[in-house]
Design a protein around this ligand. Structure first.
Ligand SMILES: [Zn+2]
Length: 565
């Protein structure tokens, strides 16, 4: 997701009292987590005993009443066998479960289903799961859930999301969903936690009037015309996918395609855009998509979803990283709706949404965090993918300027990592500060081929997996052969920016880190001389040349403060 706008919107809208939901709290103040937040954000017993293998979703939206109905078949495996199982299924109000069935022959009774706010607890009673099998094998089951209702309507998508019942400029229905953070359970029943992606992928069947086109994630598997003037479109991804990435798009789309010879062979590129935007789309996509993919394959390794293809789908909102069906709504402009987020000039030379959301295919979709508290792994690295793209096109200095330019948007209001287990993200600094942290680690590693190997190694080691921030932090330290743990603690878990204090006494310069966590040690390069200092929290000193005394400045690529005492 592109979080920047949230803050801009806050500022713009403050004056006209149209503060969006996501900005409703003053900066730095967070509401106390509720019981519902804990149910959603943690893995209690009702979630721990089963693992999702696949979702097969069917949805039929009704544009006039803004209602939907459908079915989700959840294929799951049993991790802990036995009787008296209770299962938590998330489905946010006012959506309802109408009926459900286990396997083909076991409809569940009304009294086996209890609602607790935005979750349902299914009581399977005496039914015995996972018996008669050797302990090494896990038995899988099918649970079919029929649901209906009027799902939350998006207020300001993608940030304040839900279903989007828009019209295109010709007045025809233009429908989609944006539900990152809000959660996919805003419209379909699922295990709404990032740690459990359907291992074998998902299918999405969308039934719409046959005057419209419906697009989903991955590849089109089937298209069935019905006698009542509707058509069902079935789309399939074969790889694990985040719940919030499974998204229907409905509109007057046309399709064009291309291919890229990438690291793993032929990658299909498919584009679905509103008919009247075809020419604009051909121009914009053909200019930016291939260079973006080439740059990211170079830095991060092969595109993670060759089987499911790369896809951009025009959306009625700015954009979102929907896996193998990226939502595109940047109006075929350069920059971020025509703006340069960095203020450096470099951000206005390419289409921000193509680059940023494509970066998420590696960070966010390939590597997903278990808890949304660690979302900096998605957004920090994806923001850094923009820097690498600027560098790819315009050289290293341009990339440096882009990253440095983003710093003006850092708030240091709250730590980047949020509280665990309560479905709560940390500060929006996960974007620009996260990116600046990665840029700084790159300076300290001081070896771009090693830095590249680390980025590629992360995408290989954690391929199609869910991780904690700690896993990523330890991986980087280990591969770099450096202890970055206190650097991560400083930048991810506090809001303090380290101060490099120095004083000159005679012909010696004394220096140390202040405003930092205990035991903070971080090398820093000086700007003019290229000299490396290795400050700690106790004073160190060195002989000062006249040049150094005159010009004691840290390399601008370090996000720190320097203070002369
Ligand atoms: Zn993003």
């Amino acid at each position: 997701m592109t979080k920047f706008m949230m803050r801009i919107v806050c500022v713009f809208f403050f004056s006209i009292s149209l503060l969006p939901f996501s900005c409703a709290q003053p900066f730095g103040v967070q509401p106390k987590p509720t019981r519902q937040d804990t149910l959603r954000g943690s893995i209690a017993a009702e979630r721990a005993w089963w693992n999702v293998l696949a979702y097969h979703i069917v949805v039929e939206p009704d544009y006039l009443t803004k209602t939907i109905r459908g079915r989700n078949e959840i294929i799951f495996e049993v991790l802990q066998s036995g009787k008296n199982k209770r299962m938590q299924i998330d489905l946010q109000q006012p959506m309802t479960i109408d009926s459900l069935r286990l396997e083909q022959n076991m409809p569940l009774k009304k009294n086996q289903l209890n609602r607790d706010g935005n979750v349902y607890i299914i009581d399977f009673g005496n039914y015995e799961f996972g018996n008669n099998i050797p302990s090494s094998a896990k038995q899988s089951y099918s649970l079919q859930i029929y649901f209906s209702g009027k799902p939350r309507e998006a207020v300001y998508p993608p940030w304040d999301g839900g279903w989007i019942w828009a019209r295109d400029t010709k007045g025809r229905p233009f429908i989609s969903v944006a539900c990152q953070k809000l959660g996919a359970s805003v419209w379909y029943p699922c295990k709404d936690h990032q740690s459990d992606e359907p291992d074998n992928g998902a299918s999405l069947t969308i039934k719409v009037a046959d005057t419209l086109v419906a697009v989903g994630n991955g590849r089109l598997k089937e298209k069935n015309k019905h006698a009542d003037g509707t058509t069902s479109w079935t789309w399939v991804v074969t790889n694990p996918i985040n719940n919030y990435n499974i998204i229907p798009y409905i509109g007057s789309y046309v399709h064009f395609s291309d291919t890229l010879m990438g690291e793993k062979g032929k990658l299909d590129l498919d584009y679905w855009v509103l008919d009247y935007n075809l020419e604009k789309a051909r121009k914009q996509f053909s200019r930016d998509v291939k260079p973006t993919l080439r740059c990211f394959e170079y830095w991060f390794g092969p595109f993670p979803f060759y089987e499911d293809s790369y896809k951009l789908v025009e959306a009625p909102h700015l954009g979102m990283e929907h896996q193998s069906a990226i939502a595109y709504g940047n109006k075929y402009q350069n920059g971020y709706l025509g703006m340069d987020l960095s203020g450096s000039g470099w951000g206005k030379k390419w289409d921000y949404i193509i680059v940023h959301e494509t970066g998420h295919e590696w960070f966010g979709n390939n590597i997903t965090t278990n808890d949304i508290a660690d979302m900096w792994v998605h957004e920090g690295f994806t923001d850094y993918s923009e820097t690498l793209f600027v560098e790819w096109l315009y050289g290293k200095q341009a990339g440096n300027e882009y990253t440095q330019g983003l710093r003006s948007k850092i708030l240091n209001d709250r730590p980047i990592i949020g509280p665990y287990g309560v479905n709560r993200e940390g500060s929006s600094d996960m974007y620009y500060k996260g990116s600046n942290l990665i840029h700084m680690l790159r300076q300290i590693i001081d070896d771009d081929s090693l830095f590249r190997n680390i980025l590629r190694g992360m995408n290989k080691t954690f391929r199609h997996k869910t991780v904690d921030s700690k896993d990523v932090e330890e991986y980087i330290s280990r591969q770099a052969g450096k202890v970055f743990s206190r650097v991560f603690d400083q930048y991810l878990r506090t809001t303090k920016i380290p101060v490099l204090e120095y004083k000159i006494q005679g012909d010696r310069i004394f220096y140390r880190w202040a405003n930092c966590v205990d035991g903070f040690k971080m090398p820093v390069r000086l700007e003019t001389s290229g000299v490396w200092l290795f400050p700690e929290t106790d004073w160190k000193d060195m002989t000062a040349t006249a040049e150094l005394i005159e010009n004691f400045k840290a390399d601008k690529n370090f996000y720190i403060t320097v203070k002369k005492l």
